[in-house]
Design a protein around this ligand. Structure first.
Ligand SMILES: C[S@@+](CC[C@H](N)C(=O)[O-])C[C@H]1O[C@@H](n2cnc3c(N)ncnc32)[C@H](O)[C@@H]1O
Length: 292
């Protein structure tokens, strides 16, 4: 199990130029960033959180040799203000989206390339959250089309939503959904897409199942109120998320909380994209909460 950390050099050099005794890794995943912090900053202490308990267990085991300086717990960053002593952290880092572990475990249902149940919950222990299959079953065609349009920027949202609703059998697996999308999109469109025809719909469902933009909004508000004089770093992969972060940072600066360090977002080098294609849509933004 491996997840290549995205824009790690950029994250480390920003942290290096700021006090970095206490670091908060808000999207622990497989612990790629945390491991690099622990190695590069030998006197630092890291707290990692992830809403996915599998990720927390995996990282605690993988980074066990650092247990004196590394701890981790299951927590949704949307509820970050429940964590005591937030204003004592020097650095907060959030690398949004999904990890390779989530993408490659068939039972999690995140991947259009692997057959599995259409689940997509980042916290599969939370039965109050509807799965992707339940969203397809319970939403009407109009709401589904809106999810596909808003979170997937899919031009054929209405056609795909109505195909889901017309399907004679419920769509409950990843391969059923891929098959339906392939049957619905015109062949010339699929040929010109330059990406998997189901990619946008899978992304849209994942964002909707996990209320990803809602959690990000709560996080940004909590950081505004509690982040002390820290450095805040975001790596995001979707224009909606990047826009929310950009606007919040502008507001924070306007409110006199500190200053934007990235007038334009940093993006991965060509070299990184060649090595790790999944990094291609990453945008990094950073904000320094110090007023001097
Ligand atoms: C791209 S991965 C992080 C990879 C990590 N930086 C590494 O190098 O291994 C994103 C992680 O964020 C987690 N995540 C997404 N939304 C979250 C939320 N609202 N609260 C906490 N964790 C979340 C996902 O479960 C996933 O494990």
């Amino acid at each position: 199990m491996y997840h290549e950390p995205v824009m790690l050099n950029e994250v480390l050099s920003l942290a290096e130029n700021h006090p970095h005794q206490k670091i908060f890794d808000g999207t622990l995943g497989l612990g790629g960033y945390s491991e690099a912090f622990l190695e590069k900053f030998p006197s630092s202490e890291i707290l990692g959180i992830d809403r996915d308990n599998e990720a927390v267990k995996f990282s605690l085991e993988r980074l066990a040799k650092y247990s004196a300086r590394f701890s981790a717990r299951q927590q949704n960053f949307g509820n970050i203000s429940e964590i005591p002593g937030l204003n004592e952290f020097d650095v907060f880092v959030f690398d949004l989206g999904v990890s390779n572990m989530q993408l490659t475990l068939p039972e999690r249902g995140f991947s259009f390339g692997i057959d599995g149940p259409l689940d997509m919950r980042m916290n599969p222990d939370d039965d109050s959250v509807p799965t992707a299959a339940e969203i397809l079953r319970d939403s009407d065609a109009e709401s589904l089309a809106e999810i596909f349009r808003l979170y997937g920027e899919e031009r054929y949202s209405k056609q795909i939503a109505s195909a889901v609703k017309r399907s004679p059998v419920p769509i409950t697996t990843t391969s059923q959904l891929v098959e339906l999308i392939r049957r619905t999109l015109p062949q010339p469109v699929q040929r010109k897409m330059g990406t998997h025809p189901a990619r946008r719909i899978f992304q849209a469902l994942r964002i909707s199942v996990n209320n990803e933009t809602g959690e990000l909004e709560s996080l940004l508000k909590a950081l505004h109120d509690n982040a002390g004089s820290s450095l805040v770093i975001f790596v995001s992969y979707h224009s909606l998320e990047d826009r929310l972060i950009k606007h919040s940072f502008r507001q924070w600066q306007y409110d006199g909380l500190g200053k934007i360090l990235t007038k334009h977002p940093l993006i991965p080098s060509q070299e990184e994209i060649v090595k790790n294609y999944k990094a291609r849509s990453a945008k990094l933004r950073a904000f320094s909460m110090s007023v001097d």
